[in-house]
Design a protein around this ligand. Structure first.
Ligand code: SF4
Length: 266
């Protein structure tokens, strides 16, 4: 292990369960996605098409975004195990259509976006001992927005637990959004004012919510008292340590490709 290239969009998962991340991204252990993952992908495709068109000042209606959602759901670009989730296809279709429409009519108008899933300049992290990590790729599923307080990174999240009690859940989100904040700053040489989570809940009630702005960057770079996640990641990569996290909410045979051989889960 000397110079590892890592997709920026996977860095959040590294801090969720490094053992799972190692299995998927370094050892190539894969599993077909389930219908819930495809539902998320499809909602993201519809919402990104809507925001991109508006950014380019092209005409687009929520109905058009819903069409992109349906097309993606019906024609996945990766293997999907339709028996792998407790949701029927027709229900996934209904939930996704409602969420895509809600996003276009209730959430997108609240934001002044300046970029959608922006390409990022590679960011090299020197881990010491001749080991380095290069973060690459795009700001998958995230936007850049201008506000009175400065530039923020709203990250669109789908899933059953992204909205709880009417609020967008920001727990465990700082690693990913902080990575995007740092890489945006590296790419543009402009500071960000924070990050935000846009939650699109894929439960039957289709709740949506936008979190307050929070400073995810600080978690990545650390403080005088505590090392940031970048420093911790560098130490882990240099040592070749990828600890398991059986407490992760993604620790299940549905979501983890390493489940069958991992001895650490219950
Ligand atoms: S099964 Fe759980 S603990 Fe094991 S690698 Fe997967 S997420 Fe981590």
């Amino acid at each position: 292990m000397s110079d590892l290239r890592i997709r920026a969009s996977s860095f959040g998962k590294f801090f969720d369960c490094a053992y799972s991340w190692e299995g998927e991204h370094l050892l190539g252990i894969r599993k077909p996605a389930g219908l819930r993952a495809l539902l998320g992908t499809s909602v993201h495709a519809g919402t990104a098409a809507f925001d991109s068109a508006r950014l380019n000042q092209s005409e687009i209606r929520p109905d058009d975004a819903a069409g992109v959602f349906i097309d993606t759901l019906h024609h996945p670009e990766y293997d999907v195990d339709f028996s792998n989730d407790n949701i029927k296809f027709t229900e996934a279709e209904r939930i996704g259509l409602v969420l895509t429409t809600k996003y276009c009519t209730e959430i997108a108008p609240q934001f002044d976006y300046v970029a959608v899933e922006m390409s990022l300049e590679p960011l090299v992290i020197d881990c010491g001992g001749g080991v380095s990590i290069t973060l690459t790729g795009t700001m998958d599923r995230a936007r850049v927005a201008e506000t009175h307080d400065g530039t923020i990174i709203p990250d669109v999240k789908t899933g059953a637990r992204v909205v709880t009690n009417g609020e967008a859940n920001i727990k465990s989100r700082s690693a990913q959004t902080g990575t995007y904040q740092l890489m945006y700053e590296h790419t543009t040489q402009q500071r960000t004012a924070g990050a935000q989570i846009i939650g699109l809940g894929t439960t039957s009630k289709t709740p949506i919510a936008v979190s307050p702005v929070f400073d995810a960057r600080r978690v990545l770079v650390g403080t005088d008292e505590a090392p940031g996640l970048i420093q911790l990641a560098a130490d882990m990569f240099r040592a070749g340590l990828f600890p398991p996290n059986p407490q992760s909410y993604l620790c299940s045979k549905t979501y983890c490709a390493r489940w069958n051989t991992c001895i650490y889960h219950e």
